[in-house]
Structures are given as structure tokens and as C-alpha cells.
Design a protein around this ligand. Structure first.
Ligand code: GRF
Length: 202
């Protein structure tokens, strides 16, 4: 399957997806054909360049509103023949128009065990709540932020004296395992999103 990855920053999840999809032994069944960033000059774009993957920058600042930006992103994805879209640290909320077009083909990774700790600073939310485990979630994207059927979750322990940075790093390592796993399930048609918005295991 042809995959497009949307990023806004450092792109360590993008790197994990690049490494996994390029490794024949892992047999993910997917190839990244486009990396699109809403921010110029970010580290993730350099990672894509190193791997010789086509890149596109669309700055949301150059668009009148969310919808126009989203439709421009959509067009780029269609132009590249993308079949599955991965949100890998893409820090823009997508419109319902966009998520509807990609329903069942749009994955996001969130740094908490959803449905707990939605939204920003999920790792800090977990620390503040005093929970002893957290983790990451890869899920199909719905119109609501950080909602949608869960595909893969990985847990991590929260150690005494953990800082937010410690937890951010530990959860990222879990994300780098979980995201390729979830992509493989979708690319190899082991799962699909049912009409009731629940996962169907095939
Ligand atoms: C990840 O922690 C992801 O869960 C969140 O943003 C971060 C992206 O990190 N949505 P990176 O750009 O992949 O390093």
C-alpha cells in the first residue's frame, strides 16, 4: 500500500515507519510515497530526504482557513497516489471534511492509553494524575480529536521521580514499535474499520 505521512516536527515516528517499511524482513506491506509537513525546515523532512522519499511543505499560514489547507493536503495525497495516511506528530486539527474522505485509511499515534489523557501534553496529564502506567495508542482518526477505534496500544511503566521528559522519551520508544505494527495490520488487510466505527479483525 502507498502511504503518506503527515508531520510537523522531529519525525522520530516517521523514522520508525521508514525503517520498518524499508526492512523486507518486517514485511509491513507498505511504502511511504510522500512526507508532508505543515512546517518548513523540520527534522522530519531531513529524515525523509535521507531516505529519498518525496517531500512537500504546505504551510497552514498560507491558507485562508482550515478547510482550504486540508483540501490542499488532500490533493497532494491524491496526486501521490496515497492509499493510507499516517499522522506522525502532525500538530494540526483536521476538519471533518478531511477525516471523512480518509475514513478507515487514516491513522494517528497518541502518547497515552486512550481514552485517557486526550489532547495536548498527554504525558504531563498522566504524571499529574499519578497513574503508574501509561503508554501509546495507534487509532483510526475520527472527527473528534484523539477519538476513534483503537488498533494497537503499548504500555510503559511510570517510574518514581520520572520527569515529563523521561516519560516523553519512554512513550516515544513504545510508539516506534506500535505504529509500524498498526500500519502493517491495515496495509495487509488484517483489520478494517466497520460501519459501526469499530475494528473488524479479518
Ligand atoms: C509523538 O509523541 C506523538 O504521539 C505526538 O507527537 C509526537 C511526535 O513525535 N502526537 P515525533 O515527531 O514523531 O518525534
Amino acid at each position: 500500500k502507498r502511504v503518506g505521512v503527515l508531520i510537523s516536527g522531529s519525525g522520530t515516528n516517521l523514522q520508525a515507519l521508514i525503517d520498518a517499511t524499508m526492512d523486507p524482513l518486517q514485511d509491513i506491506g507498505a511504502e511511504i510515497v510522500l512526507v508532508l509537513s505543515n512546517k518548513p525546515g523540520v527534522e522530519g523532512l531531513k529524515r525523509a530526504e535521507k531516505a529519498d522519499i518525496p517531500r512537500k511543505v504546505l504551510s497552514h499560514k498560507n491558507f485562508k482557513n482550515r478547510l482550504e489547507f486540508d483540501m490542499a493536503v488532500h490533493e497532494e495525497l491524491v496526486k501521490a497516489g496515497v492509499e493510507i495516511v499516517c499522522l506522525a506528530g502532525f500538530m494540526r486539527i483536521l476538519t471533518a471534511e478531511f477525516t471523512r474522505k480518509w475514513k478507515g485509511r487514516l491513522l494517528n499515534v497518541h502518547p497515552a492509553l486512550l481514552p485517557l489523557f486526550k489532547g495536548v501534553e498527554a504525558q504531563k496529564q498522566a504524571l499529574d494524575a499519578g497513574v503508574r502506567v501509561s503508554g501509546c495508542t495507534v487509532h483510526f482518526v475520527e472527527e473528534d480529536v484523539d477519538a476513534g477505534a483503537i488498533i494497537v496500544q503499548e504500555t510503559v511503566p511510570i517510574e518514581l521521580n520520572d520527569t515529563v521528559e523521561d516519560l516523553v522519551e519512554r512513550i516515544k520508544r513504545a510508539e516506534h514499535k506500535a505504529f509500524p505494527k498498526a500500519l502493517q495490520l491495515l496495509a495487509k488487510q488484517k483489520i478494517k474499520l466497520g460501519s459501526n466505527d469499530k475494528i473488524i479483525w479479518l
